[in-house]
Ligand binder design. Structure first.
Ligand SMILES: C[S@@+](CC[C@H](N)C(=O)[O-])C[C@H]1O[C@@H](n2cnc3c(N)ncnc32)[C@H](O)[C@@H]1O
Length: 371
């Protein structure tokens, strides 16, 4: 369980808003599937190939606006779905300070505002947009400008202490072209600097594409940060070195049941992209420890011959942190029933912790936002 993600996809009214914005800039509208589909395919292929220097033609910018804004805004709520927000953020008070590093055309800030409102934050939100692409920030200001209770702050002079700092799909660009260790170190240093500049109760949220290379880079950066005693809030239930790094084909990522809004299905189809599910990799950090689940499911279910297996990350009694734990179907009881319904990414508590869930093992879904 985690926060309800049903409200995460953009509502249909956003199609009109984005169309108005596109029209005001002379860009293709969302119904122009021929132009948008081709441009979306080009941008998607370039991103997947790690090529971030392509030119933003009007059609590509339109694809970014109509497709990537709705898709990627959802990743912030996905990354924070089981992270408790500071009680200090709720109730009245000065504006919450949000820094969006690599803000692009505003998808991540939009997602953060929507997440905060859904989490009960009613006070104003002041956003500092930071990006090497000034043109993109111009579009971001238009995407975000009309949101109620949102102010945009100029990124100059002394920075405030931020409550929430986002690095959504930007570390991949920061690390591009650097040797592996240098890329890892650069990402870790950026994240650590952001943690050090947080207000009390603040969070740093990094989201990366759910590709093997980008995910493993974030996992290695996480190990550097954990070794510096940075508090890891999600996805890891422990601060020990990541055991999944031992297998070069493994990568710890999310795949949530959040589909694209219906009006984007034809565009996704035109570009040969999927509209089902939301995949990404996350790392949430804080200045001081925050409640985490005791274990997390980190792979899809293995279901065979009367046996269900889950790969769990957490502290096992022998000191290991990654194990396949199984339950024989014939051992299903009310106490361990939830084991059968666990999904990748779920937090879970086993009592006692062992390699096999027996009839007397208690299995509970664990969500720190509900305690
Ligand atoms: C894929 S976009 C992500 C935009 C937005 N965060 C989102 O999730 O939709 C990455 C952005 O990072 C920006 N970027 C790349 N390197 C950067 C750097 N060193 N500092 C700030 N922004 C950077 C790019 O210009 C681009 O707009």
């Amino acid at each position: 369980m985690s926060r309800d993600l049903a409200g995460v996809p953009l509502e249909a009214a956003w199609r009109d808003r984005l169309d108005d914005l596109a029209a005001s800039r002379g860009l293709p509208l969302s119904g122009d599937l021929g132009r948008l589909g081709a441009a979306l395919r080009e941008v998607s292929d370039a991103y997947n190939a790690g090529d971030f220097r392509f030119r933003w033609t009007p059609d590509r910018l339109a694809a970014r606006l109509h497709f990537f804004v709705p898709r990627d805004q959802a990743k912030v709520a996905g990354a924070l779905r089981d992270v408790p927000v500071s009680p200090a953020w709720l109730g009245s008070g000065p504006a919450l300070e949000l820094l969006d590093v690599g803000a692009g055309i505003g998808a991540s800030s939009l997602g953060a505002v929507r997440f905060l409102r859904a989490a009960g934050v009613t006070r104003d939100i002041q956003i500092t947009l930071r990006d090497v692409d000034a043109e993109a920030l111009g579009v971001a200001r238009e995407v975000l400008g009309a949101l109620p209770g949102v102010r945009l702050r100029r990124d100059e002079g002394a920075s405030p202490r931020f409550d929430l700092v986002l690095f959504v799909q930007v570390l991949v660009e920061v690390a591009a072209g650097r040797p592996e260790a240098a890329g890892d170190a650069a990402c870790a240093a950026l994240l650590r600097t952001a943690v050090d500049a947080l207000a009390p109760g603040g969070l740093v949220v990094a989201v990366e594409p759910a590709l093997l290379t980008t995910t493993r880079r974030l996992m290695r950066a996480r190990d550097i940060l954990a070794a510096q005693n940075t508090a890891i809030v999600a996805p890891c239930p422990h601060g020990k070195p990541c055991a999944m790094l031992a297998n070069p084909r493994d990568w710890c990522h999310d795949d949530l049941d959040v589909d694209l809004p219906p009006w984007l299905h034809p565009l996704a189809r035109a570009a040969g992209l999927r509209w089902q599910g939301l995949t990404f990799t996350r790392l949430v950090l804080a200045p001081t420890p925050v409640a985490t689940p005791s274990m997390r499911v980190v792979a899809p279910l293995r279901d065979s011959r009367g046996r269900k297996e889950r790969q769990l990350c957490g502290l096992f009694p022998d000191g290991s942190t990654l194990r396949w734990v199984d339950r024989l179907d014939k051992h299903t009881t009310p106490a361990n029933e939830p084991f059968g319904a666990l999904r990748r990414g779920d937090g879970v508590c086993l009592s006692p912790i062992a390699n096999r869930v027996g009839p007397d093992t208690r299995v509970l879904l664990e969500d720190p936002t509900e305690t």
